[in-house]
Design a protein around this ligand. Structure first.
Ligand SMILES: [Zn+2]
Length: 402
């Protein structure tokens, strides 16, 4: 079994990096010849995509068969490629299985030191040679391993969808740049269709019908339907990455999350009141607790411009809004509660700060703040401003000003 050079996570998928070294040359003369190369020639194209710029212009989807009695098929395919030299001329960026994926070529992810941003390199998978606008020269390839059990294939395909979506997102590409091996086969034969999905499922003589398990049929219209289903799966992930509001996406290493924030309050009910007003204007709102403050967010995005656009819409609707990053910037002035203020318990609060259940009447009574304790967190409340009337301690976050 190979030991990966690095292991990282891409959109929830475990990737094991085992990139063919730059400048590596065929070692086995007979295998090189059988694959159509002169002995000692370069083992991979050793060139960046798109005329040396490293620009990824599309993601190409392939399918290959599951290997019987092999658990980590990606590892087996990777090992067969390099160092075993048994995969002929085929070079792909990722072999994707139910266990995750193995990366064989640079894809410019920036997620591992061996694969810096802008480094995406040429593979050999689309059977269209070195055509400058072809699949080999301009795209990153995913080989999704299927044809085992239903559950295996479902997970492998989902992993493939996650990786494809992430690569599209990372390269600023729309879903229309998700294509198939057959897309390039048809192009090679001079067949072009303005409908990219039709192009993706156009057979051509002598070309692979690929990704065959995703197509699920030799019948073109059935394959088209099944391809669209897979594409929708990718699109759902892509939309999420591109900025469908998400209360708290987890940044992967090197990522920044842009939060669209409005008010921040010490008092939950005040945050809820603002959230309601914003909701009434048609925005989705979330309340997050950061550093003891209730922050009213309208969404969190991985793309700065989406966050800024949402902020501008909020401003136009009359709300104070700004963009913060995941690490957080200075919060706006939080609402303070001072000694002498009148407060009331928030709906649903039933206990004092020491955990003891309050009498029913305290839950709805107007109370005066008599003292603020431990960093503003605990309030001593009373039914009167002064004197020796009823008193009790509550959490600051459990009351609101009235
Ligand atoms: Zn293929």
């Amino acid at each position: 079994m190979l030991t990966p050079n690095a292991t990282y996570t891409m959109n929830g998928v475990k990737i094991r990096e085992y990139i063919i070294p730059d400048g590596y040359r065929w070692k086995d003369a007979a295998k090189a010849r059988a694959a159509g190369f002169n002995p000692g020639s370069l083992f991979k194209k050793n060139q960046k995509l798109s005329g040396g710029t490293g620009k990824v212009q599309a993601v190409t989807i392939h399918n290959t068969g599951d290997l019987p009695k092999v658990y980590d098929d990606g590892e087996q395919y990777t090992r067969a490629t390099y160092p075993n030299e048994n995969m002929g001329s085929a070079r792909v960026h990722f072999y994707v299985d139910d266990t995750g994926a193995w990366q064989n070529l640079k894809a410019g992810t920036g997620l591992t030191p061996a694969d810096p941003i802008g480094s995406a390199e040429v593979g050999w998978h689309a059977a269209d040679g070195s055509v400058s606008d072809g699949g080999n020269m301009t795209t990153v390839a995913l080989e999704i391993i299927e044809n085992e059990s239903t559950e295996h294939d479902r997970i492998a395909r989902d992993n493939g969808a996650r990786i494809a979506a992430w690569l599209l997102w990372k390269n600023g590409l729309p879903i229309s740049k998700l294509v198939t091996h057959s897309f390039w086969g048809a192009k090679k034969h001079g067949k072009t269709n303005s409908d990219v999905d039709v192009q993706c499922t156009t057979p051509a003589p002598g070309e692979h019908w690929c990704p065959m398990y995703i197509f699920g049929s030799q019948n073109q219209s059935k394959a088209l339907q099944n391809w669209k289903t897979f594409k929708q799966q990718v699109k759902t992930y892509l939309d999420k990455l591109n900025g469908t509001p998400d209360p708290a996406p987890d940044p992967t290493p090197g990522e920044t999350i842009y939060r669209v924030q409005t008010g921040a309050y010490k008092i939950k009910a005040n945050a809820e009141a603002l959230a309601e007003k914003i909701k009434a204007k048609g925005f989705a709102t979330y309340i997050t607790i950061v550093d003891g403050l209730y922050k009213v967010q309208v969404g969190a995005y991985r793309v700065k411009k989406y966050a800024e656009a949402e902020r501008d819409k909020l401003k136009a609707a009359g709300f104070n809004a700004f963009v913060t990053t995941k690490s957080g910037t200075a919060a706006p002035a939080a609402e303070e509660i001072a000694v002498g203020d009148k407060v009331q318990c928030n709906a649903g609060v039933k206990k004092y700060s020491n955990g003891v259940t309050m009498p029913e009447w305290v839950r709805t009574a107007i109370l005066y703040v008599r003292q603020i304790e431990s960093g503003g967190k605990i309030f001593l409340v009373s039914t009167q401003k002064t004197g020796n009337q009823y008193t009790g301690r509550v959490n600051a976050t459990d009351v609101h000003k009235v």
